[in-house]
Every structure is written in C-alpha cells, then in structure tokens.
Design a protein around this ligand. Structure first.
Ligand SMILES: CC(C)=CCC/C(C)=C/CC/C(C)=C/CC/C(C)=C/COP(=O)(O)OP(=O)(O)O
Ligand SMILES: O=P(O)(O)OC[C@@H](O)CO
Ligand SMILES: [Mg+2]
Length: 257
C-alpha cells in the first residue's frame, strides 16, 4: 500500500489554519557553482522555507540529482519536484507536483506524461501530489508556455480561471498552482488570485514574476496560500530573508504562527 502523504497533510493543515507558506524554486540549470548553491540552501534553511522546489521546463545540465542530494544532505525541509516532463524525475525528492496543465488543451500534459511516469511513481516512496496547473498570461512569452505549446489564460478572464480551477478541484486535484511562468513581467493580479481562491477549497499556490517583497505580500493577502519564488532569489539571495520576514509578520497578524 502507498504510504500516507504526510507532507501534503501537514501543508493542508497549516493552510486550513490560514497560515501562509513560502517555497523556493531552484532551477538546476541556473546554479552557477556548488558554493553558490550551498549559500542559497543555507540561507533557505535559516529562513525555514516551507519547501524547496526543483525543476524546469527544459533542463540541459546534469544538475537535477546533485541539487536534490545537496539539499537532502543539509536539511529535512521537504524537496518537491516540479517537472516539465517525465524525464525530470529524481527519486531522492520527497514529493512531486504531479501536474496536469488544465489551462491548456494539450493531451500530453493532461494524461500523456502521467501514463509514462505512473509506474515509477507508484513504486517509489515519493508523495505524489495531484496538482491542477494553470498558466495565466504575465505579459511576456515564458519558457513554460512555449514548451507546453499552450495558450495561457488571459490575465483579465477571471471567470475562465475560476471555472478552470473548480473543474480541477472537482476532477480530484489536491492543489491548484496558478503560474504566470518563471520570469513573468507581471505576476498574477490580486483580483485574479482572489477570484480563484474564493472559488476553491484546496490550497492555492501562486508563482511567476514575484520579484520583490511587496509582490509577495500582495499575493498572500489576496489569497495565495503558498507563494513560489525562483528567478528573483537566483539574482539576489538576500530577498529570501526579506520575504521570510514579511511572511512571519503576516502570520503573526493572522495569529497563525
Ligand atoms: C506528470 C509529469 C511527470 C510531468 C508533468 C508534465 C506537465 C503537465 C508539465 C506542465 C508544463 C510544463 C512544461 C511545466 C514546467 C513548469 C516549470 C518547471 C517551470 C519552471 O520554470 P522554467 O519554465 O524552467 O523557467 P526558466 O525559463 O526561467 O528556466
Ligand atoms: O522564477 P519566478 O518568476 O519566481 O517563477 C516561479 C515559478 O512559479 C515558475 O514556474
Ligand atoms: Mg528553467
């Protein structure tokens, strides 16, 4: 029998208490050298990030496995795979976002990649997190929209986003991840986040283009349960500390620390 999803249950519990979470996305291809990686991991550990995410739309380096093993060697903070396809699976991770790209109409990303990866995931010890993944237009063409061959939901089509998220929930997805794509010019708007959050009862993850502390706060305040930051921290690891301070303060104000 498959083991219980302990990490996901813990996340669900803190979300049900209204607690805000912060995930750091590490792109194996953007790691300059091992020292740089260790520095970011150490800062993330000091900040007690809620989880690490590792993955990419297209990975050219051989660094996916080493990235995960370096994190695992230093901390118990969970590592969650964020795979662009079934090749980017490494069984050292604790969990995997089993993404279905529900904003798109590309069958390979709704079921094809899942069929290819199902046997290995079923045999593994990893927690598999069924995730409705929705791309929202962030003003520029991102790797993920090009690589997925899908059109993101227009940024002001709140009803389409809401209905898509509800459909994901009704189909049994356990998380909704709305992403403007890595390096998006504009993060997802407050109104879009709030409309989707109101419509669903599963945790809402928001990412793409969150590159300063104001944007992180605005995403949380509009309804994000988890925010994901990648690019901006690669450029300035100190941002980890600022965002963590904002999270701590917000959780204190919400009385859920
Ligand atoms: C079920 C399995 C095994 C895989 C899921 C496959 C699906 C549905 C993927 C969705 C589409 C996709 C390509 C997602 C990738 C998301 C991701 C890891 C983004 C990280 O950012 P990058 O797109 O790599 O950005 P950069 O251009 O900044 O590197
Ligand atoms: O790299 P950034 O823009 O922070 O985006 C993070 C993540 O949501 C991308 O899929
Ligand atoms: Mg990438």
């Amino acid at each position: 029998m498959h083991q219980k999803k302990k990490i996901l249950s813990k996340l669900n519990l803190s979300v049900s208490e209204g607690k805000k979470a912060f995930a750091l996305l590490i792109d194996p291809d953007k790691v300059q050298n091992l020292q740089e990686l260790q520095r970011v991991i150490h800062t993330a550990i000091e900040c007690k990030v809620d989880f690490f995410m590792v993955g990419g739309s297209l990975i050219l380096s051989d660094f996916l496995g080493p990235c995960i093993s370096h994190i695992k060697a230093l901390t118990e903070i969970p590592v969650v795979l964020f795979p662009g396809n079934n090749q980017y699976i490494d069984l050292q991770a604790d969990a995997i976002f089993y993404l279905s790209l529900i904003s798109g109409r590309n069958p390979d990303l709704l079921i094809g990649q899942h069929v290819l990866s199902a046997p290995i995931l079923k045999r593994s010890q990893m927690e598999v997190w069924p995730t409705g993944y929705m791309l929202i237009d962030g003003g520029n063409k991102t790797s993920v929209s090009y690589m997925s061959n899908t059109t993101p939901i227009p940024k002001d089509k709140y009803d389409i986003a809401m209905s898509t998220a509800i459909a994901g929930e009704l189909l049994g997805q356990q998380l909704i991840y709305m992403d403007a794509g890595s390096g998006a010019d504009q993060m997802i708007s407050e109104r879009m986040i709030a409309s989707v959050k109101r419509a669903i009862d599963i945790p809402l993850i928001i990412g793409g283009g969150i590159n300063n502390v104001q944007k992180a706060k605005s995403a949380w305040k509009s309804g994000a349960d988890v925010i994901v930051v990648g690019n901006a921290i690669e450029k300035d690891p100190e941002l980890l500390i600022e965002i963590t301070e904002a999270k701590t303060l917000l959780n204190q104000q919400l009385n859920v620390h």
